[in-house]
Design a protein around this ligand. Structure first.
Ligand code: E4P
Length: 217
């Protein structure tokens, strides 16, 4: 299972990379805006900065929504760095764009996926990753994990190569449940990844070992 970090914050990306468990980064326009990144030059520079920190794939989302514009923008993004994955929204023109980039050998991430049918279309179009938004479904009382399970079944039935990238992760249980049902990748904010570390018995056990180690010395 791959771990991606879902942020455009360079410090958090460095912290996750230093942990030694980071396989990639996902960003979106909201995450870039949160870091105050604006204007094409600054946006492109920021993507290159991220690529220079991590070893894995870095999803960069197109801002346009028509086929021709997405192709132009996606090609520019892909040319920035070999680790860039072009992130394309799940719309009709997006499906065409996924197929175009797939045929050219450029990696893609199909974003804003909320149904099994959308995930099936993304796989048919040759998307490298498909991003079902777990947390946003849970937010409206729809079981996001159930959707990921459905997509897993469909992709396994037909041996699709598209990797399931569980997105919109809100807590460590989302990560654990994704691991149980075989999501290929999770992309998560840093706090949910770090919360996987925590257990009170680990803390009390370590305190006891440290105290006993002092007696041994
Ligand atoms: C990542 O690819 C998605 O854009 C992101 O996980 C969405 O998360 P959110 O629902 O917390 O905004």
């Amino acid at each position: 299972m791959k771990f991606f970090i879902d942020t455009a914050n360079l410090e958090q990306i460095k912290e996750a990379q230093d942990l030694g468990i980071l396989d990639g980064v996902t960003t979106n326009p909201s995450l870039m805006a949160k870091e105050g990144i604006a204007g094409k030059e600054a946006i492109n520079k920021h993507y290159v900065d991220i690529c220079n920190i991590v070893d894995g794939d870095v999803s960069a989302e197109v801002l346009s929504t028509t086929y021709e514009e997405m192709i132009k923008e996606g090609e520019e993004l892909a040319a920035l760095h070999e680790r860039i994955v072009v992130k394309i929204p799940m719309i009709k023109d997006g499906i065409k764009a996924l197929k175009y980039f797939s045929d050219k050998g450029i990696k893609t991430n199909c974003t804003l996926v909320f149904s099994a049918g959308q995930a099936l279309l993304a796989a048919k179009a040759g998307a490298t990753y498909v991003s079902p938004f777990l947390g946003r479904l849970d937010d409206i009382s729809v079981d996001g994990i159930e959707l990921i399970q459905e997509i897993r079944t469909i992709y396994d039935n037909y041996l699709f190569d598209t990797q399931i990238l569980a997105a919109s992760i809100r807590n460590p249980m989302h990560i654990i449940n994704c691991a149980k049902i075989g999501a290929d990748v999770i992309t998560s904010p840093l706090p949910s990844i770090l919360n996987l570390l925590k257990h009170p018995l680990t803390d009390s056990g370590l305190a006891q070992f440290v105290a006993d180690a002092k007696k041994m010395n």
